[in-house]
Design a protein around this ligand. Structure first.
Ligand code: GCU
Length: 410
């Protein structure tokens, strides 16, 4: 009996599983909604890519407002990390609809290599938490809550999250690093979209009734902010950018990478539901759980799929596919069941055929790599041992991947 028939026979006798190595996530990334098979890169790019973007705008993150206008100003530039780095505080002021929003992008560049490719990502608790530097103002609130808004974070928060960002190593490896506080772009609580960038983009509350089913949520706004920051970095001579994010900011990095082809590499760390994990598996966090606790992250329509994920006309492998032919890296942690590591692997695997159309290799193995292992090329996946976190081991994998993307010859 040919191996294929054995496989068929086996899968026919097995009980229905949420998603196993022999079944593929649906819908098929290579078949357009009207049934057209996309068997070459040009057809996929012209027909499939735009409709996938549209599906995610309508059903998950909300439609994308026109990019906001902004101006940049260097508020402080000095030598850092013992002279190996140039550290810049870039004031990025967004304006629109008669309002302004001031934000700050903190940038480290190798002093001898100012046009080095750079990792850009948002942080959870303020720029002063990313590095222990007494010269950085403590200006963010302790948490994105209504109570915290406008309250100054304690001095003790300085460098409190530095462990997650090995900036010296990143620079030593020939890359820059830039970060901004996500709460500057949109505070992370449901305030009816009155704060952050929403009103400047015409995406705030309406006078006439409930928000449209496809009105953009916070992930959309954070993603647009990342895209603006990528452009702002040109002021400092940076052209090549990898976007990264952990957890909810990993979801954000994926949507930013999907929307903005200017990101050469997109990195999702432990992004889970609404990020790299397949929704239809309903493992770990479900659409019901996430839209109940964090309704403001998504467009209102996403909540309609709570408990009925099978009705979604998409799944998250198609979000990863939107990065093609650019590079993408999905990272999971073995004990992070809430983010469904297996679902993250399967999404990366099932997006991979799209890279084949471009003559590139994604993930070719059927089953998840063992804990501590990595797999794939232009689409890559690693499974770290341990909990939901962003660690040195994750960065070691990201740097290795970035070497291939930005320094292919080294
Ligand atoms: C919660 C949420 C996740 C999210 C995470 C985070 O656990 O349920 O979806 O990724 O917070 O951002 O830390």
């Amino acid at each position: 009996m040919p191996a294929g028939s054995l496989l068929l026979l086996l899968s026919a006798t097995l009980p229905a599983m949420p998603q196993d190595a022999t079944s593929r996530a649906t819908p098929d990334p290579l078949t357009a909604v009207d049934g057209t098979a996309c068997s070459d890169a040009a057809t996929w790019t012209a027909a499939r890519r735009p409709e996938l973007l549209e599906l995610f705008e309508q059903h998950v993150y909300g439609r994308t407002p026109a990019p906001p206008a902004f101006r940049c100003e260097i508020s402080d530039q000095r030598s850092a990390l013992g002279g190996d780095a140039r550290r810049t505080r870039l004031k990025v002021t967004f304006h629109g609809n008669g309002a302004e929003l001031e934000t700050e992008l903190l940038v480290f560049q190798p002093a001898e290599h100012l046009d080095a490719p750079l990792f850009l990502g948002l942080n959870f608790r303020g720029n002063h938490t990313v590095v222990d530097d007494p010269d950085l103002p403590v200006r963010a609130t302790p948490a994105g809550t209504p109570e915290g808004l406008g309250r100054r974070a304690p001095e003790s928060d300085r460098g409190e999250r530095a462990r997650r960002y090995p900036i010296a190593t990143i620079l030593d490896r020939g890359f820059g690093f830039a970060t901004a506080w996500y709460g500057d772009l949109d505070p992370d609580f449901d305030d009816g979209f009155r704060n952050g960038l929403h009103p400047l983009l015409g995406a705030g509350p309406t006078e006439t009734g409930p928000r449209a089913a496809d009105a953009p949520g916070s992930i959309a706004i954070w993603a647009i902010g990342l895209s603006s920051y990528r452009k702002a970095l040109r002021v400092l001579g940076v052209e090549s950018v990898a976007v990264f994010g952990h957890s909810r900011l990993g979801k954000t990095a994926l949507w930013a990478g999907a929307l903005d082809p200017g990101f050469a590499l997109t990195i999702s760390n432990d992004s889970g539901c609404g990020g790299a994990a397949l929704s239809k598996r309903k493992q770990g966090e479900t659409v019901e759980a996430i839209t109940r606790r964090f309704p403001h992250w998504f467009c209102p329509r996403f909540a309609e799929y709570a408990g009925r994920e099978e009705a979604l006309p998409l799944d998250q492998h198609l979000l990863i596919a939107l990065m093609a032919p650019r590079a993408v890296h999905v990272a999971s942690a073995s004990e992070d069941a809430w983010a469904d590591p297996e679902g993250e692997f399967l999404a990366a695997r099932d997006a991979s055929p799209v890279w084949g159309l471009f003559g590139l290799r994604g993930i070719e193995q059927e089953t998840s790599p063992a804990v501590g292992e990595v797999t794939g090329e232009q689409v890559r996946y690693h499974l770290r041992a341990g909990k939901h976190d962003l660690t040195g081991e994750d960065w070691r994998r990201f740097l290795h991947h970035a070497d291939r993307v930005f320094y292919a010859s080294r």
